[in-house]
Design a protein around this ligand. Structure first.
Ligand SMILES: NC(=O)c1ccc[n+]([C@@H]2O[C@H](COP(=O)([O-])OP(=O)(O)OC[C@H]3O[C@@H](n4cnc5c(N)ncnc54)[C@H](OP(=O)(O)O)[C@@H]3O)[C@@H](O)[C@H]2O)c1
Length: 259
């Protein structure tokens, strides 16, 4: 299926590794132009170089999305470079789930800045540009804990639940402007963060992931592949998903208890 993404300009926060990088690769293969941001410039440039080697038109901006001016600058720089903005993937994030009593105010604040305020600010900055382009699409990358928080899941599950509310509220408000807003709820999917975790505990990545899948009880019996996630996000961003807005889709091999 042609996703009709050729020539579209898509912004991906946290696009240098893991799920964000997989989305960027999928978009480049569809002919979209992509702008990526992350804090670490070396990995960002390495990812961009491999995308350019596939013919991608890629802009990189070093930015910490938990800082207001940096995330706003990312959106503005992409607009300045490409002359339009059609879509935004609010993806940057990291795992943060601990016993409630051990999470300090500063850690709550940092999690909300990274996972909620970054999406708020990037969306606020991009919305006028979507309107100029005649419409747009936002995908908020969240986690299944947004709907089904477990024990020891704060602060992340709370930030993610706020992301769900943001998704629905914005979809209602922006629909009349041709702007669609959706969320993807991730279960456990291969990415840089799991590779680093496997190295930390001194296990081969493959067996570490198999163990995670077994331990979590994933019905499909394995963790997800980043490409499987990227396929869904690319579809949601594309005109082929033109009647889908205000929804949240689990990509979790059946793990979540909630539909
Ligand atoms: N993979 C999973 O199983 C899973 C499960 C649930 C939710 N998620 C969510 O999915 C998203 C992607 O996760 P992932 O697994 O792909 O993680 P990852 O492999 O660690 O990649 C995270 C990306 O985000 C960037 N990033 C992190 N903090 C940032 C910040 N403050 N400002 C800008 N960029 C930042 C990282 O680059 P720098 O470090 O260089 O900034 C990197 O490019 C996250 O929001 C994560 O919480 C993933």
């Amino acid at each position: 299926m042609d996703l009709e993404l050729g020539g579209k300009v898509v912004l991906v926060t946290g696009g240098s590794d893991g799920l964000g990088a997989a989305v960027a690769r999928r978009l480049v293969r569809e002919g979209a132009k992509v702008a990526l941001c992350a804090r670490g410039v070396e990995r960002l440039e390495a990812t961009a170089a491999s995308l350019r080697a596939e013919g991608g038109d890629v802009l990189t901006i070093q930015a910490d999305v938990s800082k207001e001016w940096q995330v706003e600058h990312f959106v503005d720089a992409a607009h300045a470079r490409f002359g339009r903005v059609d879509a935004l993937v609010n993806n940057a994030g990291t795992a943060a789930a601990r016993a409630f009593a051990s999470v300090s105010d500063a850690e709550w604040e940092a999690d909300l800045q990274l996972k909620l305020f970054a999406a708020i600010r990037a969306s606020r900055q991009a919305i006028p540009l979507f309107k100029d382009a005649g419409g747009g699409s936002i995908v908020n990358v969240l986690a299944i804990s947004a709907k089904t928080p477990g024990a020891n899941s704060t602060p992340s599950s709370v930030s993610r639940a706020a992301g769900l509310a943001l998704t629905k509220a914005l979809s209602k408000e922006l629909g009349p402007h041709g702007i669609r807003v959706n969320a993807v709820l991730v279960g456990i999917i291969e990415s840089g963060q799991w590779v680093r975790r496997a190295h930390e505990v001194g296990k081969p990545v493959e067996s570490f992931q198999q163990e995670m899948a077994r331990h979590a009880g994933i019905p499909l019996g394995r963790v997800g592949r980043a490409e499987e996630f990227a396929d869904l996000v690319a579809f949601l961003l594309s005109p082929r998903a033109g009647y889908i807005s205000g929804t949240a889709i689990n990509v979790d091999g059946g793990l979540s208890a909630a539909v």
